[in-house]
Design a binder for this molecule. Sequence first.
Ligand code: ATP
Ligand code: MG
Length: 302
Amino acid sequence: MSTLLKVERLTKVFKVGLFKSRRVWALKDVSLHVERGEIFSLVGESGSGKSTLGKVILRLERPTSGRVLFEGRDIFSIGKEYTRMVSVVFQDPRSSLNPYMKVKDIVEEPLLVHRFRNRTERVVQSLLVSGLDESFLSRKPESLSGGQRQRVAIARAIAFEPKLLVADEPTASLDMSYRTGVLELFKSLRERGISILLITHDLRAVERVADRVGVLYRGKLVELGVKDAVLKNPLHPYTQYLIFTMPVRHPSQRKPSTYYELPEDFEKACPFFHQCVHRLRECEDGVKEVIVDGRLVSCNLY
Ligand SMILES: Nc1ncnc2c1ncn2[C@@H]1O[C@H](COP(=O)(O)OP(=O)(O)OP(=O)(O)O)[C@@H](O)[C@H]1O
Ligand SMILES: [Mg+2]
């Protein structure tokens, strides 16, 4: 395998509040890479920075510092062709699909933008790959089930054969029966060589399809490694907390853990310091990143 996307020391700070006086560190010095043909999953509770990372990769947000390389090139230096290589599926197909358009036109839209030929053929092929047959061409999203709508959204996202698909909570709005189908579809996309950045709260989805997983906590990448290693033997105290707390039926039910005010010097302190049962005095002053069994862990315990 080779590297498709590389995220290097990415930091994103939002200025919020009256007079923009408060700073939110949505991403803090995050480095990771996505290989060709892998499903890389990004997990973490609400507000941990998952969507922000997805948005930077999609060029919907600019990083405060750090950079993202796609096939070795800074994504902000690539022209319009970037949108032909990277695609997205959002959580809710109800809001991402125009209810008044026919499925054929929805899936064809990006092909028109990118001036593809043989569009009808591609639309049909893309629907088939997504598990929908030709009878869906003339239907409108309002007449489809949630799972079928998400399949249309995926068909649109893959119609132009992107190299990377960013999927932000793609199964969160779906019933369990549909979730499985969409996850199986992602596996078949991987077989076709499409890399997927799967952003999710759902650890069962990670278990089912991911190759590697990165765990974010308050913008900090606390652990990154091969899926089985991270899920079966989590090393970071936050990953342990995330995995050993009861699974929830829907991500909205997972409440963020109580946030404590961080020390002024958040540059240095471990963001999990106040809740960590294993914390050491030195964690207030800094966290070291170590490799344990081939896995990255940002924790002074190792
Ligand atoms: N445009 C914005 N302006 C100000 N703050 C923002 C903005 N976008 C995100 N944030 C803040 O950045 C942090 C990370 O948000 P983000 O949406 O990336 O989290 P998330 O992990 O995707 O959460 P969820 O699981 O709820 O979708 C949050 O504190 C959020 O409030
Ligand atoms: Mg999000």
